[in-house]
Design a protein around this ligand. Sequence first.
Ligand SMILES: CCCCCCCCCCCCCC(=O)SCCNC(=O)CCNC(=O)[C@H](O)C(C)(C)COP(=O)(O)OP(=O)(O)OC[C@H]1O[C@@H](n2cnc3c(N)ncnc32)[C@H](O)[C@@H]1OP(=O)(O)O
Length: 184
Amino acid sequence: MTRSALTTPPPGAAPPEPLPGGPAPGSPLGPHYSHCFGCGPKQPTGLNLTASTPDGVTVTAEFVVGGVHQGAPGLAHGGVLATAMDEVIGMSIWLLRRPYVTGRLETDYLRPVSVGTTLHLRAWCTGVSGRKAYLEAEGRIGAPDGPVAVRAAALFIEVGMEHFAEHGDADAFLAEHHDYEVNP
Ligand SMILES: CCCCCCCCCCCCCC(=O)SCCNC(=O)CCNC(=O)[C@H](O)C(C)(C)COP(=O)(O)OP(=O)(O)OC[C@H]1O[C@@H](n2cnc3c(N)ncnc32)[C@H](O)[C@@H]1OP(=O)(O)O
């Protein structure tokens, strides 16, 4: 991955350990929000990603590339693939146990992805420093150890609940996540 300095953790920013109270290894990670374009089950035009964590620090998901995701005929649109990367990385908020938003997303496209492909996605955090979380992801064709088609590196920024209350609809999120701890 040709990540930039902006998505490279500074010296001393260690990857997080599984946090107390976080999802146990093997757990599914539910959607952020039922209408989320990336993971919402009530979003018929979305990617409908369902994620899990094999180990409490990594996120995995599968993305089946359909006809609605085309750019060139028969091939996935690069922006859709970037969205899938953003979403699987964004699922890490359940592991970090704090609200984050994408500040920067860098994407490398290594292979074309044909319609009908199942892309096996994986994301992990490379370091946390203050409000900044540094994360990476990859998408592999056909199997968890298949050829890498897409790589991404991201800088996520921790925000308070007021970010969503002021700019969006925090109540809609809290209505679906009654047990969400604002300050775990
Ligand atoms: C209620 C709901 C709860 C949970 C729901 C979870 C849903 C999750 C869904 C996930 C869905 C999938 C994901 C999605 O779709 S998330 C949706 C897409 N992302 C956004 O909408 C984010 C829009 N941006 C912002 O709101 C603000 O810019 C943020 C909050 C990010 C920072 O503005 P804020 O005023 O707060 O802080 P700051 O400006 O002092 O910056 C702080 C530090 O960060 C550094 N920096 C910032 N940006 C960049 C950058 N681009 N490159 C490099 N560095 C950057 C900055 O230099 C500074 O560093 P330093 O000077 O301290 O060293």
